[in-house]
Design a protein around this ligand. Sequence first.
Ligand SMILES: C[S@@+](CC[C@H](N)C(=O)[O-])C[C@H]1O[C@@H](n2cnc3c(N)ncnc32)[C@H](O)[C@@H]1O
Length: 273
Amino acid sequence: MALEKADFTGTRATMLATLHGRALHSRTANPVLRDPYAEEAVRRIDHDFGSTGLRRNDPLAIAVRGRVFDDLTAARLAADPEVTVLHLGCGLDSRVQRLDPPPSVEWYDVDFPEVIELRNRIYPERAHHHTIGSSVTAPDLLRAFPADRPALVVAEGLTMYLRPAEGVALLRRITERFPRGHLIFDVQSPLATRWAHLFNGAVRAAGARLTWGVRGGRELERAVPGLVLDQEHTFFDVPELDRLHPFYRALVRGMGRVPALRDLALVLTMHFG
Ligand SMILES: C[S@@+](CC[C@H](N)C(=O)[O-])C[C@H]1O[C@@H](n2cnc3c(N)ncnc32)[C@H](O)[C@@H]1O
């Protein structure tokens, strides 16, 4: 089978690092997140994945983040299976394959057109699954989704690459378009977005810019009428940290006790309507 090209730079290239991280971690014994689709995608793409800038503990961290998102999404779909899922900034993440939602769920994977073109070549079609090649900030994007069903918006590793005004405008459009909905997405603090350009190997290797730092869910409640924070999840208390080398485990647990460090990266669950 001919290999696919993936000549991306900047933000678009960051999804090659997360894909690679999930594939690497999936191959380990007893992985936090098993992702055979990522393993296969990496085999199918003609790319020097060694150049994605991942460091020693990054595959585990990426898998933990993916697992947290998978678990939150699965729980939401179990509670509310008649929804439209907007999986924004999906990259080559195989979440829809991993979760295999019931036919009552209409699932839309959205990313830039070049990313979606590659995605469509890599992953087979499936019923009740759609892909849309567009910037998530395009003002008319939401017209592509039926407005009569509740929405479940899932966005992993996306918001930090949007400009603040674009991100807030997107959230406002979502709350205005759908009768009700839930959102599961991660944010990075302003400090984290600055540090990423110095310390995040994947961001540096891609040449990506992080432009939106968010201090937490309350900030977004104030910016977006009707949006309500359900929970802020940190990565510092997940049991999977026990898999780290004792030195890193102690370091991470210590960081989790310092509020400014604990809030560097948060997964927010929010709702409206
Ligand atoms: C860090 S990657 C995460 C990809 C995927 N969610 C994952 O976890 O593997 C960031 C993704 O956001 C996408 N992205 C960034 N800005 C975007 C925008 N304005 N519109 C659509 N996609 C965007 C990039 O193309 C990339 O696929």
